[in-house]
Design a protein around this ligand. Sequence first.
Ligand code: KIV
Ligand code: ZN
Length: 388
Amino acid sequence: MSDDRVRVFDTTLRDGEQSPGINLNSQEKLHIAYQLAALGVDIIEAGFPAASPGDAEAVRLIAEKVKGPIIAGLSRTRREDIRAAFEAVKYGERPRIHVFIATSDIHMQYKLKMTREEVLEEIRSAVGYAKSLVADVEFSAEDGSRSDPEFLIEAFKVAADCGATTLNLPDTVGYAIPEEFGDFFSRVMKGVGREDVIWSVHCHDDLGLAVANSLVAVKAGARQVECTINGIGERAGNASLEEIVMALRTRKEYFGTETGINTTHLYPTSRLVSRLTGFVIPPNKAVVGDNAFSHEAGIHQHGVLCDKRTYEIMRPQDVGAPDTKLVLGKHSGRHAFSERIKGLGYHLNEEEMAKAFVLFKDLCDKKGIVSDGDIEALVVDEILGGAT
Ligand code: KIV
Ligand code: ZN
């Protein structure tokens, strides 16, 4: 994997766990962290140690036990936060402290009640202090996408001068629009003008654009994407890891870069996170939803039976999902129906098949989706007169 690849920074256990309604204990977090390591993420943001003793304990446990990925802990610019993050991640092979402060006027004025100069000073002292503790420091400009670009450039320059090696530009409130965000990202990168840092993007999904915005940032030069399994996170969630990874893989010729993720672990990881968080995966969820590789319409089923590539741009086995499903319902055609009958081991002549198809359509109108058991009953009882 070349140095130009996109690093995957998974924040399921930090931003994802901030979803209202999710509360994972340390053992559950550890279980997910092992799975994230198997998936091949580059960085696991394991929590926000200053937020609670439980969070600090989970980050420490993950740093101690999970080998492979960098283990990061989030921190505000306060010294005691940075210390708490350090105390939790220091047991890891490759610890990272992730320091953030807001840079938009609205956040600085109403939330932080700080001037621009004061914010720059906070960045200077916080990043400098974190750097005295660990070699790997990331700086995030919260609400970056709504910040004055010239001030944002200044803030990132200060962070890089004080030792931050990853600079993260978040779309904290999911306000960005892809084309505009791509230009904004390029302008800021160019303004900072540092070749020795990794640029990172972190998008929220308030307008359903988190993945699109992350991808335009990659196109502009970001080489770290911050995302969560199943897109869980604050409010409408974060950019979904599985969608970003598969978009970069499926359209590699467009992006010219990829991640190092073992994509066959995507589906099992998605299931695990869903089970432990209690957040169900919508059937139509891209890449990992139950319907992602299911086809009901007759024309589609016919195409898939001829060659799967007619209606599938990814192979289910590449994401570790069960094989393509042809769901039999009222939109299904004769071709898929007769293939299913043969698959179930029945050999009907033309006349029997025609009769069975009419009965099948009647059943679809009553039931919606028709199962293998329904088809067997129909064939045995109505066509073969009870004989098997
Ligand atoms: O959304 C955000 O800005 C964040 C930062 C802490 C990176 O989660
Ligand atoms: Zn966030």
